[in-house]
Design a protein around this ligand. Structure first.
Ligand SMILES: C[S@@+](CC[C@H](N)C(=O)[O-])C[C@H]1O[C@@H](n2cnc3c(N)ncnc32)[C@H](O)[C@@H]1O
Length: 223
């Protein structure tokens, strides 16, 4: 049993609309957690490359990416029911067909359900910063988590990470320095005005509004 979690489950904040979206749309978009490895061909009914987003929040970036890239499949993992509900409502409204969603801890889903070397790209946009020192151990980006991500990426697969939290950016840099699975292809600090290979996220917009800087990394798996 993993005791240190990168999230706190928030209950009781799901609206009736989000609740009924989960009930009605789960059979179309949802993937139940199980100990059995997924077959992406059966899941998406095609052989397009699969991009995973971890902690998609309300799914803004997941949906924007899926809408712009009809020849890719998008798999999102989130623990927050109200975010999942909002994402499902948007996906249905915009008639997105290349998205599947799993509710659970990304570490468990990666370990149990995602086959090795099966992903083209993993996106982790604005993981919870856990600002207090006593909570730093809860941060998602750790050496073992990067190793797990590397094992799930195919040849030359990419891991994209973004944060707006200075101390988390320093932490991520230290973890990347220690890792042996990835080389750094891009590392930029910016103010949200540069062109990036990703949509702006809801969490990012809040940080930019407060005047925070953003750090983006693109890591490429070393084969
Ligand atoms: C700060 S929010 C960012 C949301 C979104 N990516 C954005 O930029 O707007 C981080 C999200 O990661 C989710 N999260 C944290 N740990 C997770 C885990 N182990 N597995 C899946 N999701 C996780 C949280 O529930 C939360 O919605």
């Amino acid at each position: 049993m993993r005791t240190i979690k990168s999230f706190v489950r928030r209950t009781g904040r799901t609206t009736s609309g989000q609740h009924s979206a989960i009930n009605q749309l789960w059979s179309e978009y949802g993937v139940d957690f199980s100990k059995k490895e997924l077959n992406f061909y059966s899941l998406f009914c095609n052989n397009f490359p699969v991009h995973l987003e971890i902690g998609f929040g309300d799914g803004e970036a997941l949906i924007a990416n899926a809408e712009c890239n009809a020849n890719k499949n998008y798999f999102g993992i989130e623990v927050y029911d109200s975010g999942i509900g909002r994402c499902l409502i948007k996906a249905k409204k915009r008639q997105i067909i290349n998205i599947k969603i799993c509710s659970g801890d990304a570490r468990d889903v990666l370990e149990a359900q995602i086959a090795d070397k099966s992903l083209e790209r993993i996106n982790i946009y604005f993981p919870d910063p856990w600002p207090k020192k006593k909570h730093h151990k809860r941060r998602l980006i750790q050496k073992d988590f990067l190793d797990l991500c590397a094992s799930k990426l195919n040849k030359n697969g990419q891991l994209h990470i973004a944060t707006d939290w200075n101390n988390y950016a320093e932490h991520i840099n230290k973890i990347i320095e220690k890792n042996t699975n990835f080389m750094v292809s891009t590392h930029v600090k910016h103010n949200g005005k540069i062109k990036l290979d990703r949509p702006t996220t809801k969490f990012e917009k809040k940080g930019l509004h407060k005047g925070y800087s953003i750090w983006d990394w693109v890591l490429t798996k070393i084969s």
